[in-house]
Structure formats: C-alpha cells, structure tokens
Ligand binder design. Structure first.
Ligand code: 5GP
Ligand code: ZN
Length: 140
C-alpha cells in the first residue's frame, strides 16, 4: 500500500502536511524532524508506506541505504557536529511512534546532554553460539 490514511509521513509525502525538505528522489524523502533533539535532526523515509525495517523491499532499501552516508556527510558539514547517530526504531517497544519506517540523523556535539542507557550484558557459556545459529537459520 503506498499511502496510508492516518499516517503523518504519508501525508507529508502527499503534500497534505508541510515539511522542511532536505532531499527527495524517486524512492526517498528527507526532511527536518519537527521535534529536533539537536539542530539539523533530519529524517529519511521511503515515499511508499512500509511500517518497519523488515517490511522494506530490497530496491527501496538500496535507495535509502545509498542516502545514509550522503546525508551523514551533509549533516556533519552543515551543522559542524563532531558526529551523529543514525537511529531507526522498530515497534512501539523500541520507541517507534510514527508507524512509517524512518531513519533519524541526530547531530552530536560535546556535552549536548543526549545519550541513552546502554547496559551491556554478557552471555552464559554456549548461549552466544546458540542465538547466533538461531539468527543465521532464520535469515530468508
Ligand atoms: P519515532 O519515535 O517514531 O522513531 O520518531 C518519529 C519522529 O517523527 C519524532 O522524532 C517526531 O518528532 C517526528 N515527527 C512526528 N510528526 C512529525 C511531523 O508532522 N513532521 C515532522 N517533520 N516530523 C514529525
Ligand atoms: Zn506512511
């Protein structure tokens, strides 16, 4: 399905809601996040509605992936940021609010106050091999 009625990003693609556009091509649209975590916080979306990353077909994903380093370079140049995070949330449990797949580019500077809890764990003996094999066997 290409346009989903109650999807805010589909409405942006359709021109029904304005956005501050950065870039577009046949497959992709990039625009500023309306609630920036930092100046220049940018979103990249496919023009066709896909809910989450696993739903995106290869041709569209290739088009999106091609823009990741390009937009990243532009973010660094334009904002003077020292780095940036690419964030891509899938599912409400992972913080996804807008159910149209999207990538965030969040410029980062020293002491910007941004961050996340990253509580690294460890595997009991044998579990890493087990879960890696399980993931490998689940690849389609
Ligand atoms: P999520 O939490 O789903 O990964 O992030 C959705 C993002 O979309 C949020 O950062 C939010 O500020 C942004 N957003 C939501 N509605 C609009 C809108 O109408 N216009 C723009 N430009 N960004 C939006
Ligand atoms: Zn949509």
């Amino acid at each position: 399905m290409s346009i989903v009625d109650d999807c805010v990003f589909c409405k942006i693609v359709a021109g029904e809601i304005p956005c501050t556009k950065v870039f577009e091509d046949e497959f992709c649209l990039s625009f500023l996040d309306i609630g920036p975590l930092a100046e220049g916080h940018t979103l990249l979306i496919p023009k066709i509605h896909y809910g989450q990353l696993p739903d995106v077909p290869t041709e569209t994903m290739t088009a999106l992936a091609t823009q990741l380093p390009r937009i990243g370079r532009a973010i660094l140049k334009a904002t003077g940021a020292e780095g940036f995070n690419v964030l891509q949330n899938n599912g409400r449990i992972a913080g996804q609010v807008v159910p149209h797949v999207h990538f965030h580019f969040i410029p980062r500077k020293a002491e910007d106050g941004l961050g996340y809890r990253w509580q690294a764990g460890s595997y009991p003996a044998g579990r890493a091999d087990e879960i890696a094999r399980c993931i490998a066997e689940s690849l389609d």
